[in-house]
Design a binder for this molecule. Structure first.
Ligand code: SAM
Length: 271
């Protein structure tokens, strides 16, 4: 079966694309292969979020040891039965991954894995955060809106914010390539980028750290002291921790950068 056959199966089943599920599929075989290879599918245990018509799943399944693919839209299952039927290393789950939570995903997979996905736009960030909180996920390679990719990878400037700090505190992000909007069907309004996030050894995003970074950047124009005291942090402790890191009380979160924000959180925790 080729990608064109997958399109035929969609037509045969009179499949209707659902915007609410972020359904923008990819049918370019070379691009699909490139995504699977960039994600490190070869011989790996892979999790895919949003199998769609199974086009990316096929590119992954050809290479990987085992693929667990989650799909929320049940009308796609008869289609996936046909497009993925030839693979005995693929398991499909009819779950909303955000609803079942990361502990359940980790339990279902039961061994170290990587994520490769063309993520639904409407929940890109929650999905990335979910897998950064996994105990078993080693890397996340996914397509996201180009602007989101730029914010994830920004080290400074106006793009640098809570999203950049959260991701960079536990992973090394890089943009693999830009993917134009016309490479998707239906065509979205914006371009995408393929990003790869490699987890730093032993690093895991905690709910506490996630909340801390969000509080730091709560109002970007305000100082860190204003933002964190509004979130209940003691001002004296905060100013002394900032001084210890070589910053004064007028510093903004972006001036500190991810490493210093991490150190600040540790200092506040230990005080
Ligand atoms: N992988 C396919 C491809 O590249 O052509 C489809 C990608 S499409 C951008 C996103 C897919 O994720 C859709 O099939 C959608 O139904 C599915 N999806 C959306 N929200 C989901 C969720 N919360 N859990 C699992 N799958 C979801």
């Amino acid at each position: 079966m080729s990608v064109i056959d997958c399109e035929r199966v969609l037509i045969k089943h009179k499949f209707k694309y659902k915007k609410a599920f972020g359904q923008n599929f990819i049918f370019d075989e070379d691009l699909l292969d490139e995504i699977a290879v960039a994600g490190g599918a070869d011989g790996a245990v892979v999790v895919e979020i949003g199998a769609g018509a199974g086009t990316l799943s096929r590119a992954i399944a050809k290479r990987c040891k085992h693929l667990s693919a989650f799909e929320i839209d049940e009308t796609l299952f008869p289609i996936l039965d046909e497009t993925l039927g030839e693979f005995d290393n693929v398991k499909l789950f009819s779950n909303d991954v955000t609803a079942i939570g990361i502990e359940t995903v980790d339990m279902l997979i039961g061994e170290p894995y990587i994520v490769i996905a063309n993520l639904p736009y409407y929940i890109t960030t929650p999905l990335i955060f979910l897998f950064l909180k996994s105990e078993l996920c080693g890397s996340i390679t996914c397509l996201v809106q180009k602007e989101v990719a730029e914010r994830i990878c920004a080290k400074d400037g106006s793009d640098y914010g809570a999203l950049s700090a959260c991701v960079q505190s536990v992973a090394e992000p890089k943009i693999v390539r830009v993917v134009k909007s016309w490479d998707f069907y239906p065509q979205p309004e914006v371009d995408s980028a393929l990003i790869r996030l490699d987890r730093k050894a032993g690093a895991m995003l905690t709910d506490k750290a996630d909340k801390f970074y969000k509080n730091c950047f709560m109002q970007k124009r305000k100082t860190l002291v204003n933002n964190l005291t509004a979130a209940g942090v003691d001002k004296n402790k905060l100013v002394s921790a900032l001084n210890e890191l070589g910053f004064n009380q007028n510093a903004r979160a972006e001036e500190l950068g991810t490493q210093n924000l991490q150190k600040l959180q540790a200092l506040l925790d230990n005080q």
